[in-house]
Design a protein around this ligand. Structure first.
Ligand SMILES: [Zn+2]
Ligand SMILES: [Zn+2]
Length: 389
């Protein structure tokens, strides 16, 4: 068994004819560009694209298979000729008002599942559409096609299930969380220690994915899994901790850098600084507050401190290079030319190697960012946090 780098939440901006798929994603996010960028610049082994339900995307996938650019794997997933594995997925909003991603093993299952959900969705060609069914219903439809459902960005105020719909997933399953609910995506503004303050998450695997809407943001969060190969079956075995397969580490943003870390008052523009939970504005008293993930977890947690279950993998912070002051597109290009992938720069290169390419000031910043030593102005209300120097 060996380690694989995995990012399971990537959006598709447009299809091969240039028509929009996920409206808010960059039109440069085409299937082929994602697969090339994810492999060659980011160094990923598995990428999950969450906008593949539409007929035009399915058509494109079939076309790429016919041309042998993609190949369906016996264990599920599609292998690009550059070596990366594509996992098929669809992000939908259920009746609960939250986003869930369904991952599917192959094109036949994708087709069947898409057909099953299409009567409940107004426009199948666009992504992250509102569907008129419950999470339970979604899970049983996914199950019928070998699929697995994962709550997306679970704690964010914008369509995260804990963030805006329920205080406990158990509220949606009176008989207890079903075994088919295997994991949750933490989202950019939270991490393992925050999520492990809620007892019921102990039976769920945590995933850290980028939710990338543009190429540069691919792999800003990712997972390392240990398994036998980069296929759908092996991935699911890792997520469910089966037969020795497992998620060995989550890599992600320091939550304070996320867009929804603290509460933000949309009436007066105040970003909470006081001890949480802040649920109304301390400055103008308004209750028009975009709840921060920190504030939400503070208000619903079972425990004041995290109690991680045994075997919970470590959560390792990474400050994406674009967040580091002084690293612009030109510096980034120089780094990639020297060290191959962003992951090498972020985690593997030594200070001395960095200094040779960048000069001392920025090289030291990258190393301090690695150690979590750079001070941060927290994000909130849809605005990223900022790294200070
Ligand atoms: Zn979403
Ligand atoms: Zn206010």
């Amino acid at each position: 068994m060996r380690n694989f780098y995995v990012d399971l939440h990537v959006h598709l901006g447009s299809n091969w004819r240039g028509a929009p798929i996920k409206i808010t994603a960059s039109p440069q996010m085409t299937l082929e560009r994602i697969l090339v960028e994810a492999r060659e610049r980011k160094g990923l082994d598995i990428v999950g694209i969450v906008d593949t339900l539409g007929p035009s995307v399915q058509e494109e996938l079939h076309h790429l298979c016919l041309k042998n650019i993609l190949q369906e794997l016996p264990g599920g997933g599609l292998r690009h000729k550059n070596g990366i594995t594509l996992i098929l997925g669809g992000e939908l909003e259920t009746r609960e008002g939250a986003h869930f991603i369904t991952y599917l093993p192959n094109l036949d299952c994708l087709k069947g599942f898409a057909k099953a959900v299409s009567p409940f969705i107004t426009n199948m060609n666009l992504s992250t559409q509102r569907a008129g069914f419950s999470l339970q219903r979604l899970m049983s439809m996914a199950d019928a096609y070998g699929g697995v459902v994962i709550p997306a960005h679970a704690f964010t105020p914008h369509k995260g299930v804990y963030g805006c719909a329920v205080r406990r997933l158990g509220e949606l399953f009176p008989a207890g969380l079903p075994p088919s609910l295997v994991g949750i995506e933490l989202g950019l503004s939270s991490d393992t220690s925050m999520a492990d303050r809620i007892a019921e998450t102990h039976q769920l695997t945590f995933l850290s994915n980028s939710d990338a809407h543009s190429l540069g943001k691919l792999a800003r969060e990712y997972n390392i899994i240990c398994c036998r190969g980069a296929s759908y079956e092996e991935l699911m075995a890792a997520i469910t901790c089966t037969n020795g397969r497992k998620v060995v580490a989550n890599y992600g943003l320091e939550p304070q850098l996320g867009k929804y870390y603290r509460s933000y008052c949309s009436a007066c523009g105040y970003l909470a600084q006081e001890k949480g939970p802040v649920i109304s504005c301390p400055r103008c008293d308004s209750d028009q507050v975009v709840l921060g993930v920190r504030d939400r977890i503070d208000s619903i947690a079972d425990w004041a401190r995290p109690r991680s279950p045994e075997g919970r993998p470590p959560y390792i912070y990474q400050v994406p290079l674009e967040f580091i002051p002084g690293v612009g597109p030109r510096t980034l290009a120089r780094l990639l030319a020297a060290f191959g992938t962003e992951m090498n720069v972020l985690h593997k290169t030594s200070l001395r190697e960095l200094i040779q390419v960048l000069g001392e000031k920025i090289a030291r910043r990258i190393v301090r960012a690695r150690k979590g030593e750079l001070p941060i102005n927290p994000g909130g209300g849809g605005k990223y946090g900022k790294v200070l120097t």
